[in-house]
Write a protein that binds this ligand. Structure first.
Ligand SMILES: NC(=O)c1ccc[n+]([C@@H]2O[C@H](COP(=O)([O-])OP(=O)(O)OC[C@H]3O[C@@H](n4cnc5c(N)ncnc54)[C@H](O)[C@@H]3O)[C@@H](O)[C@H]2O)c1
Ligand SMILES: [Zn+2]
Ligand SMILES: [Zn+2]
Length: 461
């Protein structure tokens, strides 16, 4: 039975600690999750640096993290739709389910919502965590756990675009090009927007209070070939919120996602005289399934937003990068499996090459391909840290091999031996001098060769 539940706890401003916590037990309607990826969000950094966001104040130690995915380790007795081993994305806000808002489907507005890492509620930046099972979404085999974690910010983009009524052929202005602006951009394109202009990143326009707003509006219109139907502010900057109203087409919508100063000055008469609707958004409701479909179908490629990866053990460093912006991060991701080696540049390449082979044969014996893919996913969830993968192999080599042997059936798959060889070499590689890395590559090649062999024997290639 596992006992290691390394957890990132924020004690107070700039006092983030990694410590052991007991592994929780799931209630009847919950699942215990072995956490996989947890992204660091601007709000986490805000709590770290300021200890509060508006009225939410960190008074007691709080576990960080809310953009997460994990693997079901145990299910409560009422849980029917998930089983041990399922890979899930975790929607971090669990509402009361009985109030008026919940009944109307606007559960994001539920006054009793319990939302990860919003004080006093704990988050899930830990090795194990329990969550309401109905707020966990099973990932299809071809959707990675990293993508699963990214469904959280993506759902914000989906909610913003739905509130704004983005649709086929829409012209959109997005102000603010941080992670939220970028997921909004991805969503707007996926929803069929014809033209999207985004501001706020390096080398693009940064608005300022006091600038000649009419000139800016003109510039936006000329770049877009007319006024945007919808403007979505993802910066919270007053100048942008003003621009959102001024630049939007009469009868259009200005969606405000950015949370900046609690009070700002806006051109209200301009908005009402031109019937520009001003709509706020708060997180998301019923958007996770849409976000997941977008990723699963390939219309949204969010993976490229991850610029930095850290092991859970290196959470403090991960926050340092997110806080200081060192290396120009977009999304900083933490991975729960332990890792002490540097990331192997070969890992993802090899893995994806193998996945590519498998995915390029989607109709070839569906079950077989699915199984192969899950095995490789199982490898991937161990994160891009090669040593984690090697560690896993060392205790589950025989399990993996058994499954592969089942698959390979009468083909006398050699993988079991390969696995055992690697396991042996890893176990004996106490100095972690890198020989494991070479073994690892051999191992993966072994997998891919075996799969190709099996596929060939079945005349699938
Ligand atoms: N409403 C919600 O439910 C919700 C959910 C998530 C995030 N948010 C808010 O959305 C905003 C964006 O989140 P993020 O994580 O991307 O933040 P971020 O700080 O990483 O990104 C903000 C972006 O806005 C740009 N920006 C700032 N001032 C600007 C200006 N004057 N002109 C143009 N661009 C400017 C920055 O360059 C940056 O690219 C934040 O305010 C956050 O609090 C709201
Ligand atoms: Zn977030
Ligand atoms: Zn409710």
């Amino acid at each position: 039975m596992a006992t290691d539940n390394l957890t990132a706890v924020l004690y107070k401003v700039n006092d983030l600690r990694l410590e052991q916590r007991p592994i929780p037990e799931p209630d009847d309607d919950q699942v215990l999750l072995r956490m996989a990826c947890v992204g660091i969000c601007g709000s986490d950094v805000h709590y770290l640096v300021r200890g509060r966001i508006g009225d939410f104040i960190v008074k007691d130690p709080m576990i960080m993290g809310h953009e997460a995915s994990g693997i079901v380790a145990k299910v409560g007795k009422n849980v029917k739709h998930l089983k041990e081993g399922d890979r899930v994305a975790i929607e971090p806000g669990v509402p009361c389910r009985v109030c008026q808002f919940c009944k109307e489907g606007k559960y994001n507005l539920c006054p009793d919502i319990v939302f990860c890492a919003t004080p006093p509620v704990h988050g899930n930046l830990s090795r194990y965590y329990v969550h309401a099972a109905d707020f966990c979404y099973k990932l299809p085999d071809h959707v990675s756990l990293e993508e699963g974690a990214l469904l959280e910010p993506l759902s914000v983009g989906v909610h913003a675009c739905r509130r704004g009524g983005v649709g086929l052929g829409s012209t959109i202005l997005i102000t603010g090009a941080g992670p939220i602006g970028l997921v909004t951009l991805i969503t707007a394109k996926a929803m069929g927007a014809a033209k999207v202009l985004i501001t706020g990143a390096d080398y693009t326009y940064l608005s300022e209070v006091g600038e000649d707003e009419q000139e800016t509006v003109k510039a936006v219109h000329s770049l877009l070939g007319g006024p945007p139907d919808v403007t979505i502010d993802c910066s919270g900057a007053e100048a942008n919120i003003r621009l959102a109203i001024l630049a939007t087409k009469s009868g259009g919508v200005a969606v405000i996602v950015g949370m900046g100063a609690p009070e700002v000055k806006i051109p209200l008469v301009n908005a009402l005289a031109r019937e520009v609707d001003i709509r706020g958004i708060f997180r998301y409701a019923n958007d996770y399934p849409i976000a997941l479909s977008m990723v699963a179908s390939g219309v949204a490629n969010v993976k490229k937003l991850i610029t930095h990866n850290f092991a859970l053990e290196d959470t403090i460093k991960a926050f340092e990068v997110a806080k200081t912006g060192t290396g120009n991060p977009i999304k900083v991701n933490t991975h729960a499996p332990s890792a002490s080696h540097p990331v192997c540049p070969l890992f993802t390449d090899i893995l994806y090459a193998v996945l590519g082979v498998l995915n390029s044969k989607p109709s070839a014996d569906g079950e077989y391909v699915k199984e192969c893919t899950s095995i490789l996913r199982a490898a991937e969830l161990l994160c891009p840290e090669i040593s984690s993968f090697l560690k896993l192999i060392s205790f589950s080599a025989s399990t993996v091999a058994d499954r592969v042997n089942d698959l390979a059936g009468d083909t006398q798959c050699q993988l079991k031996e390969t696995c055992e060889d690697v396991a042996y070499s890893v176990e004996t590689d106490e100095n972690a001098d890198g020989t494991g890395i070479a073994q690892f590559a051999v191992f993966l090649r072994g997998i891919s060769e075996n799969f190709l062999l099996v596929a060939k024997r079945r005349n699938r290639i």
